[in-house]
Ligand binder design. Structure first.
Ligand code: NAP
Length: 258
């Protein structure tokens, strides 16, 4: 096998994808499986995970579906324990589970704000920490946090203060974890997507005004296709990015360049 064949090789690597019951997480899980990885699906809606697991199994990969609320540390501990029991290794964490409330800041209660931070920041940190421990022990691993363009710019017209604060936190959490673990074989990077269809963005995509807004504001004149996140995902998950850590890859059709 030549070096270029080896670069993106994920054969028999084991990847946990959180938030893989809908949206981008499904695309990430299927993409990693197609690249040869065994995949562990994690989210709260177990029946959805089971259906997606069947599809992935049919692709020839080994798969595990685990009900997990990332705001509950005991759930995350169990997720990692059952992963190790089945596969005896953990190579990749896609820290993808996330949520938002679209609400004007002046009406966003402390409880709403806190809920978003609990999932997007504390939940993601718990996953990184608990998976990170296993990876540090093994001396290798790749953590890919799913941030957002809303972690590097504001927007106003789709008001979501907690979400933007949380994704800003994910961006710098990525850098700090990367710096702490760089000498111990564990890389931590992030993908910051622009606008992509999913349950989270349903409302925006369902009305023509929303579409128009995205087309007008995006230099490429369109939203992204979920598959367009797979290139960066496979780069960061595989040895192709062996000298990259702490990086934020923005995939947004140019949204943040203007
Ligand atoms: N779509 C976009 O345009 C876009 C842009 C930038 C960034 N992102 C980010 O991409 C990630 C995926 O979002 P999406 O757009 O694919 O939205 P989505 O379809 O709503 O997916 C969110 C996923 O997170 C899971 N989740 C939510 N709370 C959870 C919890 N407490 N514990 C475990 N899982 C939980 C949900 O599953 P359950 O409800 O079954 O638990 C679901 O699978 C998020 O981090 C989001 O911020 C999306």
């Amino acid at each position: 096998m030549g070096i270029c064949d080896r670069l993106f090789q994920l054969k028999d690597r084991v990847a946990i994808v959180t938030g893989s019951s809908s949206g981008l997480g499904v695309t990430f899980a299927k993409g990693l499986a197609e690249a040869g990885a065994h995949v562990v699906l994690a989210a709260r809606r177990k029946e959805r995970l089971d259906a997606i697991a069947l599809e992935i199994e049919a692709m020839g990969s080994k798969v595990l579906a685990v009900e997990c609320d990332i705001t509950r540390e005991e759930d995350v501990e169990r997720l990692v324990a059952v992963t190790l029991r089945k596969f005896d290794r953990l190579d990749v964490l896609v820290n993808n589970a996330g949520m938002t409330h679209v609400v004007a800041a002046e009406n966003e209660s402390r409880e709403m704000f806190q809920q978003v931070l609990d999932v997007n920041v504390s939940g993601a940190f718990a996953c990184a920490r608990i998976c990170g421990k296993v990876m540090l022990k093994a001396g290798s691993g790749s953590i890919i946090n799913i941030a957002s363009i809303m972690g590097v710019v504001g927007i106003g017209l789709v008001p979501q203060a907690a979400y933007n604060a949380s994704k800003g936190a994910v961006v710098n959490l990525t850098r700090e974890l990367a710096a702490q673990w760089a000498r111990r074989g564990v890389r931590v990077n992030a993908i910051a997507p622009g606008w992509f269809p999913s349950e989270m963005t349903d409302e925006l995509f369902e009305n023509e005004e929303g579409h128009k807004f995205i087309r007008k504001r995006t230099p490429m004149g369109r939203a992204g296709l979920p598959e367009e996140l797979l290139g960066p995902m496979l780069l960061l998950a595989s040895d192709a990015s062996s000298y990259m850590t702490g990086q934020i890859i923005i995939v947004d059709g140019g949204w943040t360049i203007v």
